[in-house]
Design a binder for this molecule. Structure first.
Ligand code: ZN
Length: 290
């Protein structure tokens, strides 16, 4: 991707090195995307759209990924940290500009999200967020949270390297912000039905965020930001975090009844659809039933 090195964003908050107390948090609550009955219960103010639900699949804690890195890798990630921060800042601002323009074209007000960099765990308006669930969006505080070490996992453990794979992650999370602003996320919380499974609203919400990421990818292509191979990197990343792929990797079996994000094929195909069309009306994963 052609991006501006040295870029800084006013909407990125760097809380790295400031870990929240208490492990578990989000990762302990089962489906981190709390919809339906899970939302609004006293004391459970969790409504996170997490990137995936690895701790549940792996039975591990939130800091597993950080601990598994060798010391040498750790120091490399620190020195590489600022370039990565500049990159996510660039992508985040670029994607927000794209959505602000799209909203303006439809006479809708756009309010900006923030991006929070953290390490390990972080307090959020949705409770304690853990790096173990991957990057996530918290609707009440309108923030995207990411521990940048996730990108090493994405490249090595999930086999999706490349800067556009990383950009897709940010664009997907910002897609959840767009859903929040449009009231889609709220509609899903109000809707009845299963909270997980291949036909669940959770899966539809996630696939729509992938489609929205594709819309941004198309706009970035129009602005000549793409390099050869970028879209393939994005598609590979979307597939790499498909529920079937993650389940197979973690347990050797695939259980569609517990899906929350959609299969590898679905995620890649919705990203492609957004990229191909550039129109939000082609991202109606709910088929008008929300
Ligand atoms: Zn998501």
């Amino acid at each position: 991707m052609k991006w501006q090195r040295g870029y800084e964003s006013n909407d990125v908050e760097d809380n790295r090195g400031r870990s929240a107390f208490g492990g578990g948090g989000v990762g302990m609550l089962g489906p981190a995307l709390a919809i339906g009955s899970r939302f609004g219960l006293p004391g459970i103010a969790i409504a996170l759209a997490a990137f995936f639900l690895l701790p549940r699949l792996m039975g591990g804690g939130g800091d597993e990924s950080a601990r598994s890195l060798a010391p040498q890798e750790r120091s490399q990630s620190v020195s590489a940290g600022d370039e990565q921060k500049q990159f996510v800042s660039f992508v985040f601002d670029d994607a927000q500009r794209t959505w602000a323009e799209a909203f303006a074209a439809n006479q809708k007000p756009y309010s900006k999200a923030k991006l929070v960099l953290f390490t390990g765990s972080t307090p959020t308006a949705c409770g304690n967020g853990s790096a173990g669930v991957g990057p996530f969006y918290c609707p009440p505080d309108q923030r995207v949270y990411i521990d940048l070490s996730f990108y090493q996992e994405l490249a090595r453990r999930f086999g999706a390297p490349g800067d556009f794979a990383q950009a897709y992650v940010i664009a997907h999370e910002l897609g959840h912000h767009v859903q929040n602003l449009l009231g889609i996320e709220k509609g899903v919380r109000r809707a009845h039905g299963p909270t997980e499974g291949a036909d669940s609203n959770s899966v539809k919400l996630e696939l729509q965020a992938d489609c929205f990421a594709g819309i941004w990818a198309r706009s970035s292509q129009k602005r000549d930001l793409l390099e050869p191979g970028d879209i393939e990197e994005g598609l590979a990343a979307a597939a790499a975090v498909g529920d079937d792929r993650l389940q197979k990797q973690a347990t050797g079996t695939v259980q569609p009844e517990t899906w929350t994000h959609g299969s590898a094929a679905q995620r890649a195909s919705w990203f492609k659809r957004g990229y191909g069309s550039g129109s939000m009306s082609d991202c109606d994963t709910f088929e008008g039933r929300l």
